[in-house]
Design a protein around this ligand. Structure first.
Ligand code: FES
Ligand code: FES
Length: 150
């Protein structure tokens, strides 16, 4: 059975048809929002990270119907954001597959912990895995937005 639901995504009301078991990741992709990436699909890699009501959420672990009434932001909603620019300036990616998830997680860190110290940054980023670039550049990108210099 499928249901028509309305989700609040990137500042817009979007109507989408879902089955009860559809993940938020799958639901967003049905809306054409393919920035959140399917990786492990079991909560380990963070490639699917989006923001739900201000907090990073692995969208493979949440159902689409659970997002009803919540504010969802995807990487498409962070166009030209300082953290996205900082990733470019600090060469904080190689293949880029993990990058949308990292950027979403970093943006939440910046909002929730604007005074984050090195330890907080490292622990926060532990929920995302990058298989091909250095975490040092990713940390540098976050710090540059937090206006902290090494
Ligand atoms: S795809 Fe969701 S955590 Fe890996
Ligand atoms: S840049 Fe390739 S997995 Fe992170």
């Amino acid at each position: 059975m499928e249901y028509s639901i309305t989700l609040h995504v990137n500042g817009e009301e979007r109507i989408v048809t879902v089955r009860p078991a559809d993940t938020l990741l799958y639901t967003l992709r049905k809306l054409g929002l393919t920035g959140a990436k399917p990786g492990c699909l079991n909560g380990d890699c963070g490639a699917c990270t989006v923001n739900v009501d201000g907090w990073p959420m692995k969208s493979c672990l949440m159902l689409g119907v659970e997002a009803i009434g919540k504010k969802v932001t995807t990487i498409e909603g962070l166009k030209n954001s300082p953290i996205q620019q900082a990733f470019v300036e600090n060469f904080a990616f190689q293949c880029g597959y993990c990058t949308p998830g990292f950027i979403m997680n970093c943006q939440a860190l910046i909002e929730q912990h604007p005074d984050a110290d090195d330890q907080t940054i490292r622990e926060w980023l532990e929920s995302n895995i990058c298989r091909c670039t250095s975490y040092i550049e990713i940390e540098k990108a976050v710090k540059s937005v937090l206006q902290r210099k090494e």
